[in-house]
Design a protein around this ligand. Structure first.
Ligand code: 9WN
Length: 670
């Protein structure tokens, strides 16, 4: 007989509908999430209870016809259990137990009933309102412990009394809250915490990181989010290809497609190959791969093909519209995994055989046309070409451009319509971006002429590290399809040598990008300096100092103050956790970093990053990027590469859990 199942569905006050987007935090929703996560990991564990979390605005009509209109809405087997407030925990346990006919579970409801009020506390006592399943609470608690601050913990997920106190003192249910007498602060704001707890101020590099700490991943929630990730990829398809995002980026983007293909390899290898094929269909005759392949049937995008005037190059394939700059070549690295992930090995080999010459032509292009002095380093000609558009690294080279351009107004309009204020580069930057594009098409995309006078030319550390890794992976592909792998290995060695000589900064113990026009290093404390770890291209004597520096700078590694690794050092005065590539957490960069740390014998740090990413998506969905301090999703929602890389991380998490289970079973037998 099939054992009974209870389906819990939570609609959080989040999501988008048409042009509406919810951005306001809903504390009752956060609390409900925390309560349910905890129950799934404890009382409901192994009892046939499933939990699905959905953004309410995308689905508002579904709970409505069951009588639910006020998020958070919790349905138990399709019937509204609670709405507008966090659920009554013992009542929920009893209801689930009655559906399951589980007397043992009914008895456990008592474990979650109200706790007595704490004894009268002195005005100096510190009280934390939180719950073990809330990541920011855990961060706050560990932070207080690390700083030897004594406190009383009131768990609002198990105690209705604690919830009342919280509501009385702060007027809301948002957690964590740290209270001292009648002062309180909400959230994990370590500056405010230090002030309230009378600790000396810090914005010190975080040496107190606890490498043992990993966010909790609940297998059922992970499984549900995996299905959501697949759905996001499918729903982002248009005319057979996956758009970077439905509204903000409604065409096919270059490095996005690489990441997206990696995600599809986990459940639809045929689609992974279709994505890569479609991108390379737009490859120019010199091997160049454009950063956008425009779909004429998709919605307008600014700047569209008419602004790029790519046809002036005379090298664009017939019937395709493209931009005129490229992006970091992640494709060989993403698709080499077909050899392991595609269950149909012949099909994988057939595809790799087909794509190998195109990948080779792309890598050849970079060395033939973008390395004019034969240094072994590729030069990018536009900030968009690096993929990290407004990284602080580009401020200095862009400061040379003073011209204005006609399109800044249109571009600004697109950002105003589609993105939130303060999350995108300002108009002054856009004018510079457009000036650079105009300079490219005025030279008919003649790279030699461009490189002799273009004002923006950078040897980007991220781009070159990615190419170094990609050459190694292309060597693997070459070997698999019976081609010569030696030239790729040689080229990887050449890039590595150049990176370790020219881009190494001995004073900082890490790598810089290089301003070719000014002939000097671009030293800013960005996370991109550490990506050579991932490429496996660091000299043997350099990797340990790089890891060491990463640990002691303000990148929050395994630190409870952050949700994952920010893109810019948080101690920098111009760090901005909401501003695109100048602070937020990005999935792809964290994915690279975790791989790099694993490669360099730092499995705990790599686990921390990967678990943090999984938890971010489980909790908030698949955003373009996230605030490192609050974890809130920013930029485009349902962003394709976040969903795709989530699938890759989830599969790895499952594999390593299975192998741990297997090992522990073997230990037991032994
Ligand atoms: C310009 C599509 C792309 C990413 C880039 C990211 C952003 C475009 C933009 O979106 O750039 O290419 O309009 O801001 O910076 O990495 O490929 O997701």
């Amino acid at each position: 007989m099939k054992s009974p199942t209870v389906h819990l569905t939570l609609y959080r006050h989040a999501g988008t509908f048409l042009f509406l987007k919810i951005r306001k935090r809903c504390e009752a929703c956060d609390l409900t999430y925390v309560v349910l996560s905890r129950l799934m990991a404890e009382a409901f564990q192994g009892r046939g209870v499933t939990l699905t979390i959905k953004p309410w605005l995308n689905n508002w009509w579904k709970p409505l016809w069951r009588g639910g209109w006020h998020a958070p809405i919790l349905l138990v087997n399709g019937t509204v259990f609670s709405q507008g407030v966090a659920p009554d925990v013992p009542g929920l346990i009893r209801l689930v137990a009655s559906h399951l006919n589980d007397a043992d579970l009914t008895a456990r409801a008592g474990d979650y009933s109200s706790q007595p009020r704490p004894l009268a506390l002195s005005a100096e006592a510190i009280v934390v309102y939180g719950s073990p399943a809330c990541p920011h609470c855990t961060r706050l608690i560990l932070y207080l412990e690390a700083n030897d601050v004594a406190f009383v913990l009131r768990d609002v997920s198990s105690s209705a009394m604690a919830r009342e106190e919280l509501k009385d003192s702060t007027g809301s249910l948002q957690i964590p809250v740290l209270r001292k007498g009648d002062q309180w602060i909400s959230g994990m704001d370590r500056h405010a915490v230090r002030e309230l707890a009378n600790l000396e101020s810090d914005c010190e590099p975080s040496t107190a990181a606890d490498s043992e700490y990993r966010p909790l991943i609940v297998a059922d929630q992970l499984a549900t989010t995996v299905e959501q990730a697949k759905r996001v990829l499918r729903e982002n398809q248009f005319d057979g290809q996956t758009r970077a995002s439905r509204r903000l980026y409604p065409h096919q983007w270059n490095w996005d497609t690489g990441f997206i293909a990696r995600g599809y390899l986990h459940f639809d290898a045929e689609q992974a190959y279709r994505e890569i094929r479609s991108l390379f269909r737009a490859q120019w005759s010199d091997g160049f791969l454009p950063h956008i392949v425009f779909n004429p049937n998709a919605q307008d995008h600014f700047p569209g093909p008419e602004y790029w005037q790519a046809d002036r190059s005379g090298r664009v394939p017939a019937d395709v519209s493209t931009s005129g700059i490229s992006q970091p070549p992640v494709h060989a690295t993403m698709i080499v995994a077909a050899l392991d992930l595609d269950p149909d090995k012949d099909r994988a080999l057939r595809f790799l055989n087909e794509i190998y010459p195109k990948l080779k032509a792309l890598h050849d292009f970079f060395f033939t046309h973008r390395d004019p002095r034969g240094e072994g380093l590729v030069t990018a000609v536009h900030p968009w070409e690096t993929g990290i558009d407004n990284a602080p690294l580009w401020d200095e080279p862009l400061s040379r451009i003073t011209s204005t351009s006609s399109w800044s107004r249109d571009m600004q309009r697109r950002y105003d319509e589609l993105a939130q204020h303060g999350e995108r580069p300002p108009r002054t930057y856009i004018a510079k971006y457009s000036f650079l594009v105009e300079n490219l098409f005025r030279h008919d995309y003649d790279w030699q002429a461009i490189l002799s006078r273009h004002p923006f030319q950078v040897q980007d550390i991220l781009f070159n590290a990615i190419l170094c890794r990609a050459e190694r992976d292309l060597a693997t592909i070459a070997a698999a399809v019976g081609a010569d792998s030696a030239p790729h290995i040689e080229r990887a060695v050449r890039i590595a040598r150049a990176m370790n000589a020219k881009l190494w900064n001995p004073d900082a113990d890490t790598y810089d990008s290089y301003d070719v026009v000014a002939d000097r290093h671009l030293r800013r404390e960005t996370i991109f300096s550490y990506i050579p770890l991932y490429a496996g291209c660091c000299d043997a004597d350099k990797s340990a100092p790089v890891v060491n520096r990463l640990r002691v700078r303000c990148f929050c590694l395994a630190d409870h103050n952050c949700v994952a690794v920010p893109s810019y050092d948080m101690c920098q005065a111009d760090f901005d956790g909401e501003f695109y590539w100048r602070g937020p957490v990005w999935f792809n960069i964290n994915w690279f970093l975790a791989k790099g740390l694993r490669r360099h014998d730092q499995p705990e740090l790599a686990d921390w990053i990967e678990h943090s990413l999984l938890q971010l998506a489980i909790r908030d969905g698949f955003y373009e990027y996230y605030s490192p301090e609050t974890g809130s999703g920013l930029g485009a929602s349902d962003f394709s590469w976040t969903a795709a890389l989530f699938l890759d991380l989830a599969a790895n998490w499952q594999t390593s859990r299975d192998s741990n289970d297997h090992e522990s079973k073997e230990d037991h037998i032994a």
